[in-house]
Design a protein around this ligand. Sequence first.
Ligand SMILES: Nc1nc2c(c(=O)[nH]1)N[C@H]1C(S)=C(S)[C@@H](COP(=O)(O)OP(=O)(O)OC[C@H]3O[C@@H](n4cnc5c(=O)[nH]c(N)nc54)[C@H](O)[C@@H]3O)O[C@H]1N2
Ligand SMILES: Nc1nc2c(c(=O)[nH]1)N[C@H]1C(S)=C(S)[C@@H](COP(=O)(O)OP(=O)(O)OC[C@H]3O[C@@H](n4cnc5c(=O)[nH]c(N)nc54)[C@H](O)[C@@H]3O)O[C@H]1N2
Ligand code: SF4
Ligand SMILES: [Mo]
Length: 723
Amino acid sequence: MGQTRTLCSGCDIYCQVRLEVPRSGRVGDLRVHALDPRPGNANICMKGVHAPAGFAHPDRVIRPLRRLGARGEGRWAEVGWDEAMDEIAERLKTVVDRYGPEALAVSTSQWNTQTDNGLGRRFMNLLGSPNWISGVAICAGNTAAVNRLVYGWFPFPDYRKTGCIALFGHNPKTHSWTPIHNQIRKAQARGARLIVLDPRRSENAELADLWLPLRAGTDAAMCFGWLKVILDEGLHDRGFVDRWTVGFDAFRRRVDEFPLDRVASITGVDPELIAQAARIYAASGPSVIPWTPVTDQQRNSTSAIRLMCALRALTGNLDVEGGEVLHGFHDRIRSESSIERHDALPPGQRGKQLGAGAHPAFTYRAAEALREPAAKVWGEPWPNLINGTCMANPSATFRAMADGDPYPVKAFFTLGNNTLMSFANMQLIHRALLNQDLLVAFEQFRTPTAQLCDFILPGDAWPERNALSDSFGWTAIQRPSQKAVEPPGECRGVFDFWRDLAHRMGFAEHFPWATVEEMLDWRLEPLGLDFESFAEAHPVHVGELGYRKYERTGFATPSGKVELSSALLESWGFDPLPNWREGPAPDPDYPLQMFTGVREDEYFQTGHRHIAPLRARKPEPRMFLAPADAQALDLAEGDPALIETRHGACRMAVAIRADMPAGLVRVPHGWWRPEQAEGDGSLSGAWDWADAQLCPDDEAHLDPEQGVPHFKGVACRVRRAEG
Ligand SMILES: Nc1nc2c(c(=O)[nH]1)N[C@H]1C(S)=C(S)[C@@H](COP(=O)(O)OP(=O)(O)OC[C@H]3O[C@@H](n4cnc5c(=O)[nH]c(N)nc54)[C@H](O)[C@@H]3O)O[C@H]1N2
Ligand SMILES: Nc1nc2c(c(=O)[nH]1)N[C@H]1C(S)=C(S)[C@@H](COP(=O)(O)OP(=O)(O)OC[C@H]3O[C@@H](n4cnc5c(=O)[nH]c(N)nc54)[C@H](O)[C@@H]3O)O[C@H]1N2
Ligand code: SF4
Ligand SMILES: [Mo]
């Protein structure tokens, strides 16, 4: 048996695993091992171990499929790759001729397709479409964009040297983001303090020095409380404030509007506990507040993220050892951002980006405003960190697709993204998909989204391709992923999709690489290595990091400083300071609150339900109810129940959980039944189970600056379901 070092892309944390390569050469016979198997070091979870069975599944799409009959009817014809690409290109040309290039929108998750290398954006920029959306709009990409508004980059925690970790909801555990879980446990073993803010007594709350059981959706108010204590008690770094921030006085006045009794009444947490946590965070440093998706998905998302940025900066934890480090790009490897060619998209087309007018924070409007400082500080005018800083707004894009407002979008590509189920307002997305002239999925399975498409193109899987990762532009840490087996059938990489389409659309000269390996060689050229030799020599290659680099360069913001108050946001008509916006008034007909989240150990997001040993562990979704709520509703463990918001409803069984606070319901994300044949209108159970149909995206449930939906505290009610 041979061996390779490969990045598992079963989830977006990319554990580097050792693949034992079978003589059969079949993906299903691969064995997946942790590189370092010692307990506490083993970066691998059950999804990684069972991945080969998933890729060998008989339902995997291994040849291009063209739709027969009506959308969603479930009848398909196999076609050749070239024939499919010819037809897709022809139909795309028709859409572009009729409606303009902005009538193409793309939704993708680059982390599971892996070989994009910036080519998707390059294609769209050359074609003239700004309408790229992604799950990163509600997971890390938007945080990256908001961090750039404050200090010009998205910092990365230095777990190895940190003295204190504050987790705002974020809950890495044995089978969820295993490497981060391992690092947190090691930091604790070294003596680092752990503060956890979570309405639920989570796995990390159990292990924390301090647990603050805040109300769902109140993280921004909590941050105000911490800042109030830190500033009142003089725990901040005054030298840094004087030299490196703008807007401190106004910011301080805003913080003064949040005395602890106000914060306590919003968050439901005892003021003494809030003060204690703030003091530990400020005084046990260097401290880190790791990125958390929980604040990416709230009504006050932009304010919460900016307040976390302010906490880092004011307490002297920015770009220091043990704190949170601004990596920049690897200095001798060509970045995906530099390949994307955002300069090639004419400003007039950038200006058409959907949703940028109302919600500019992660769109081209923000990226353009930060272009010069980014070029000066980071040597790259369009650092597209986590692919999340030049995005269209997803809800606005779905409206354009469904209703032609403000202009029609008529062609949609979904690449490694189960679009229908992976944003808010599934009802709108469903209408949007059905209203397209051309719908293409680049997938491994016939997901509910793919079921509605005109073409399903067969994607390769992570053991079947070579790739290079810098954590999506977040870090200067570069890791290779080596191919272990050939993809089955006609499965190909997303590199092939973009190259083949670009050649058909007249952009061949901008896509000169014949294979992804050729492209990887070119990216590594400045380092003096080709991909093969790089992969052999460097399981991990870290560019030069250094600390307090801003002392030489300033921050990559318009002022060159940390912008506690943002003239940019003000110029777009927003409050220049972080603020607190209350949600809708209590709704007597919907007396409970629900959130989506708490990741399933067995599955990544909407995937993996087809893998038998994993599914056997968790056959069906369960909503979590507090014991008191279950009792009041007369529901017992396992009872079928209906959960309704004003937007939609789902049916699933009840799990009564002592770790849940009364009044709060947890709905799991991303459930459907891959085993249920398509064509009966249920989209393989998505209409029963998918959380996205519960989540509204009206203005009352959107964060104003970014336009992201509120997933953490939506009014709901629960009752017994019949049958
Ligand atoms: N309603 C709602 N929406 C959410 C969330 C939520 O909690 N609720 N969570 C958000 C979060 S945190 C995130 S990160 C995003 C995640 O969004 P995504 O990363 O887009 O995840 P999925 O929606 O599960 O879609 C991934 C799809 O890619 C396919 N796939 C997997 N590997 C490969 C591959 O190698 N090649 C190809 N071609 N396809 C592959 C899988 O079959 C699956 O259908 O969703 C966000 N959206
Ligand atoms: N096994 C597995 N692992 C995964 C994934 C997966 O699908 N499966 N997905 C990966 C991805 S893409 C992501 S983004 C991460 C997400 O992983 P996490 O960041 O851990 O997010 P969740 O598991 O959704 O929820 C974490 C906690 O947030 C709490 N919470 C709910 N509402 C609030 C609130 O308003 N404020 C606060 N402070 N806490 C709240 C919940 O009680 C829960 O304990 O997991 C990654 N890891
Ligand atoms: S945590 Fe699991 S699924 Fe995610 S990369 Fe690691 S092994 Fe793969
Ligand atoms: Mo995520």
